[in-house]
Design a protein around this ligand. Sequence first.
Ligand code: CP
Length: 305
Amino acid sequence: MKNLINILDLSVEEIDSLIKVADDIIADPEKYNEVCRHKILATLFFEPSTRTRLSFESAMLSLGGQVLGFSEASSSSAAKGESVADTIAVVSGYADIIAMRHPKEGAPHVALTRSTVPIINAGDGGHFHPTQTLTDLLTISHEKGRLNNLKIGVCGDLKFGRTVHSLIAAMSRYTGIEFVLISPVELKLPSFVKKDYIKDKGIPYYQSTNLDDVIGDLDILYMTRVQRERFFNEEDYLRLKDSYILTEEKMKKASPDLRVMHPLPRVNEISTAVDSDPRACYFKQARYGKFIRMALIMDMLGVTV
Ligand code: CP
């Protein structure tokens, strides 16, 4: 049985294959209308979401399947004290596949111990978010035409930003990758991510606190939100939340071939004036999330056209 907890659970070849299927879905969606008929996806979201939950649900409905689940812990029996393990043991009797998001790092590993159906990690605390990374890879592949030979700047909350952790882990397996890590000192990339996926692999990188200094060198700028929900005190959040704001002025220093990505939601870190810049592709990125999740659901259920 396949599960997806960490993006590295998928080989580069498996990711290539998912991207190919997603491309085919984009080209001919009707071909996939009924492939998951009579299959049920459960979306168990113990933490808020717009894109991940709704794109998973839209993906399953577009494959002809059905969905059930909850969008907040307070509307599930977690509010009465039920454990993740017990919730999963029960829901795996109601669904063929489960996508779950939880504020605690490692919660999907607990789910694995009790599930009888495939588990997809839809984000665990400040740890990993592998299906966002699949979305990001499909976006990069469309926008840049390649997944290698890229200088990728990741900017903002590199400490708590789980999308950044998964993206770096995934990109570390391609050739010719360089990372530029742009963050305030307090929100630096965790040492386990830097060690395992950058230093130990000999990948060139440099760190900066100043976006203006480095924006001109980048092929991809991956902006992130400062993750208010992971801070221990509001004062620190308020001090750091506007550390980086991408404006039209800053975009003048960037290459015409730069692509600006963001997993969204955006708070204040990209000016809305940048949205109409042809290099901004974050809303396109969100749309791609549905197609790659369709490909993933099919793969994990062993369904083909
Ligand atoms: N990118 C992302 O995970 O968005 P949501 O929190 O809205 O799911």
